[in-house]
Design a protein around this ligand. Sequence first.
Ligand SMILES: N[C@@H](CCC(=O)N[C@@H](CS)C(=O)NCC(=O)O)C(=O)O
Length: 205
Amino acid sequence: MTEPMKLFYTPGVCSLAPHIALREAGATFELVRVDLKTKKTADGGDFARLNPKSYVPALLLPDGNLLTETAVLLHYIADTWPAARLAPPRGDLVRIRFDERLQFIATELHKGFAPFTVMPNVSEESRRWAAQRLADRVSLLAEALADRPFFHGEGFTVLDAYAYFALRTYRYLLGVELPGALGAYLDRLSARPAVRAALAAEGIQ
Ligand SMILES: N[C@@H](CCC(=O)N[C@@H](CS)C(=O)NCC(=O)O)C(=O)O
C-alpha cells in the first residue's frame, strides 16, 4: 500500500490554507507538525534536511516529490481533485484572473505580515507604513468580495482557503476590524466543517 501524502504544518500559520483545501477536497493525507524554531518534526525528524527552505507548508507526495509555496500547493490541490471545484478550469482568462488574486494574497498580504511577525526592531514609522499598505490591500479584497458569498462567486475555492488564513492573521496581528463584508465572510468560513476540522486538528480556535 502506498503511503498517503504528508502535509508539513505549524499550527495557525500559512499551512492552514492547504490544510483546509485538502479537507475540502476530501483528500487522504497525514499531518506532520513542524517546530519552526528547531526545524524538527514532532517525531524528531530533520525538517530542514527534507525541505532546505525550512519553512511550511510543504506537501510530500507518495512518489517522494516535495511541493512547497502555499499558492502552488493550492493550485496542486485544486487541479488534483477537480470534482471538488476548488478552482475554475485552466485554459481561459477566468483562471488567470483567479490565479492573479491568489498571487495577490501571497505577495501583497501574506508576505506583507513580516514587519509584524519575523522582523525584529522595526521602527514605528515602518510599521505604520506597512500597516497602511496592508489596510489598502485588505480594502481591495473587501471591494472584490462585495456581497458575494465567496471570492470566486457562489462556491468555496482555494482562494477562500488562502483568504481565510490571510484575513484571520491580519485581524489578529494588527488588532483591527475587517472592513465591509469581510468580517461576516470570515465567520461564515469558520463555520464550514472542513475549516472547523482543520482548526481542531491544529489545536487552535
Ligand atoms: N513563500 C512561502 C513562505 C512560507 C512562509 O512564510 N512560511 C512561514 C509560516 S507562514 C514559515 O514557515 N516561517 C518560518 C521561517 O521562515 O523560518 C509560501 O508562500 O509558502
